[in-house]
Design a protein around this ligand. Sequence first.
Ligand code: ACO
Length: 370
Amino acid sequence: MTHAPKPSSLAPDQTDGLEGIVVAHTQLSHIDGTKGRLIVKGVPVEDLAGEMCFEDAVAHLWAGQVDEDRAEPSLQPVFGKARQSAFSVVPTLLSCRQEPLSRMDRLALGLAALPITPDMPESIQITGAFPVLVSAAARIASGQDPVKPDPSLSTAADFLRMMTGAKPEQWAIDGLNRYLVTILDHGLNASTFTARVVASTRADVKYAVLAALGALSGPLHGGAPGPVLDMLDAVGSPDNAEKWISERLSGGHRLMGFGHRIYRTRDPRADVLKSGLRALAKTERLILAEAVEEAALRGLKAAKPNRQIDTNVEFYTAVLLDALGIDRTLFTPLFAMGRVAGWCAHTAEQKRTGKLIRPSSVYVGPMPDL
Ligand code: ACO
């Protein structure tokens, strides 16, 4: 004989979604959700992006956490070497060529198959492997053969070259660097928390990153920019924005690219990416995006007057990556290609300073008669 739970006991309490609960101390990044600021290891994100290439920003983030024994001042040669080693997983990826797998599935498969060798720190091998895995996944999914890495190039330049098979132009390399640096790390978001939970069990970095990939795949986290582009396509022209947005909101739908658990104002990364777009001078798409953004902010204010919902990073991510010629099916894998550096840093920090993460739950199910 069991007692059914009281319906009211299933209601969320103040710990639902762990909102506002501190579960780690970190030296890596800090978000001020009220002022709309993101500090990455002491430096505002807007001072890193557009100023530093991916390798230098990762070296800044990793200093004192990951890879303390590296002799070379720059990460570029070691990431080049890691890309070369990672190409060894291409036969595994090719063996699944005919399977109906998404780009994310192929990325996870490649990562799981990546051999970790003792000659380089695991974080370098994994972060360095992502451009190879993402570009190989993309090319295999579209029926093309993967392109071998060129270890003499930068991460951004070689990724674009492996995607298309052609030498990329400098504006595209700069745009991709800006994107990768902007999304490097962002406090205890869902995927980073996932990586820390796995790292707290002393699991290998690879498994922390694989788990984080899973968390990133959801549309409420890293899966939003593809749907943002779908939304821009559906709106079609700036004069249709108001009507389209108001119909979506009155139908009870969420607008992708808006809202954030921490920011109660504009996500500063949105403007870092928007200024990158201005530099690319892709004006037509930008004019449409700005019209949709304005209509969305007006619509959200009217629909949710008690909640400050503003533009998040995913909105201009979609427009920037589209301008770089990246297909929307690759937006989440590309997010992972930048964020993996943050996951690795948090994994190292968790292993160094944290203990096993094992929270409690309140049981509200039936109880036996005692
Ligand atoms: N569009 C419409 N309504 C929204 C949106 C949105 N984008 N965001 C929040 N709301 C509404 C919810 O419907 C809810 O309304 P209700 O109280 O009337 O039910 C209220 O605001 C609170 O929503 P929660 O989900 O509880 O708020 P939370 O802070 O947990 O949400 C989240 C954050 C999940 C990002 C949310 O804003 C959202 O779904 N946004 C769209 C998806 C998106 O852009 N994700 C990318 C985030 S950035 C990143 O992860 C890299």
